[in-house]
Write a protein that binds this ligand. Structure first.
Ligand SMILES: Cc1ncc(COP(=O)(O)O)c(C=O)c1O
Ligand SMILES: N[C@@H](CCCC[NH3+])C(=O)O
Length: 379
């Protein structure tokens, strides 16, 4: 911590700091837990910084993208097009055309109309596009409702029934190759039973598809494994062993069927920290405010999902106090936590907002004409 304190103190705040050794250790743990030959695609939306992507590529992962630009970033960082999947409910014709030109591994198709558009665009190019159909299994992920994606009423994918009703159409489209099913039920899922429920839904639909004469070579079960935001120091690496075991034990695979995952947060979440300084302290009748120079423009998750990130103070004070920790943005939702116990803090003290590696920088913005926080790395 001593070295970090001087590294942090010498720099203008706020900024992101990444522990690349922790990222490497996380990638090692992921790879040793994957004893089943699963294909893991990194969800690039979680963090697309070059040093991070370089390590992920070196570890042999593919990428999961949600826009043409993300496909481009993946390719520019050396990921093979045969290891790239593209999801998204609103793919534009331009993005579809680009991904077809790049020969990506598969489109994760989110509506019947999109399927027809991909078929048409591929036909014009004289190509055949691989497609997996994204299924909304209508199960609860037990996470904040803004980050469930496979529950009733979510915009993602189509129902299993809709797929079964569309099989004749699928057979009739000559420019798409129906290779698999795709699922992703949500993010920051800590109850592994939710994934067991997913496996049961997958098994059920696979049985119906087989009865209809479809044996698909690929199954993509998405990502969503959560991290420990409360105790990041105690649990810096998620339990990938237990996670993969759920799928190994509960998925009923067809002979030679390949399984794909799309993990984001669990790979990069814990290696990133938002480093900030105390700007002002202000007591009112109701609150004791600690006003930071980092805010919701740097890390949006607390304002958007009432998410809580552990705050660590580098103050050396012995006594503690409770603070309402807020940012400088002109929004009352710009707060990192209420009644947080911290060492007594004074203007200029450095604080770390932990577990900010995933959906931190990729969601940062310049509202209030703010500067974008830069990134530094442990190497
Ligand atoms: C389609 C898709 N795949 C994968 C992910 C990655 O999720 P996570 O970062 O929770 O692993 C997301 C984000 O929720 C997603 O929307
Ligand atoms: N952005 C969300 C996760 C959603 C990912 C995309 N479906 C978060 O910060 O937790």
């Amino acid at each position: 911590m001593k070295n970090l304190r001087s590294f942090f103190s010498a720099r203008e705040t706020p900024f992101y700091y990444y522990d690349l050794e922790l990222l490497d250790a996380t990638l090692m743990a992921l790879s040793s837990a994957n004893r089943y030959g699963y294909h893991v695609h990194y969800a690039l939306k979680a963090n697309n910084n070059t040093p991070i992507l370089e390590r992920i590529k070196k570890a042999g992962l593919g990428v999961d993208c949600v826009s043409g630009n993300e496909v481009k970033i993946g390719l520019e960082h050396g990921f093979k097009s045969s290891n790239i999947v593209l999801a998204g409910v609103g793919k534009t014709d331009k993005e579809i055309g680009y991904a077809i030109d790049q020969n990506i591994f598969s489109f994760n198709v989110e509506s019947i109309q999109e399927l027809e558009v991909i078929d048409e665009i591929a036909g014009k190019k004289g190509k055949k596009a691989n497609v997996s159909i994204r299924i909304n299994p209508a199960i609860e992920a037990g996470t904040h409702h803004y980050i469930t994606t496979g529950a009733k009423g979510n915009k993602f994918g189509i129902s299993g029934e809709q797929l079964l009703e569309s099989l004749d159409l699928l057979k009739s489209l000559s420019n798409v190759h129906f290779i698999g099913l795709h699922y992703h039920i949500g993010s920051q899922i800590t109850d592994l039973n939710r994934f067991k429920n997913l496996c049961e839904r997958v098994n059920h639909l696979q049985k119906e598809l087989q009865a209809a004469g479809f044996s698909l070579p690929h199954l993509n079960v998405g990502g969503g494994l959560g991290i420990d935001y409360e105790n990041p120091q105690e649990h810096p690496i998620p339990d990938f062993e237990a996670y993969f075991r759920v799928f190994h034990e509960h998925l009923k695979l067809l002979p030679d069927q390949e399984v794909h995952f799309e993990l984001g947060r669990s790979i990069v979440g814990q290696c990133g920290t938002l480093v900030t300084r105390a700007l002002y302290l202000k007591e009112s009748d109701h609150s004791n405010f600690l006003i930071l120079d980092a805010g919701m423009t740097d890390l949006m998750r607390p304002a958007l999902y009432q998410a809580s990130h552990k705050i660590v103070s580098l103050s050396e004070a012995q006594n503690t106090r409770q603070y309402d920790v807020v940012g400088p943005i002109c929004e009352s939702s710009d707060a990192f936590g209420k009644s947080i116990t911290l060492p007594e803090t004074k203007r200029g003290d450095i604080l770390m907002i932990c577990s900010a590696g995933a959906y931190g920088e990729t969601m940062k913005n310049s509202y209030n004409a703010r500067d974008l926080a830069p990134a530094y790395y442990s190497e």
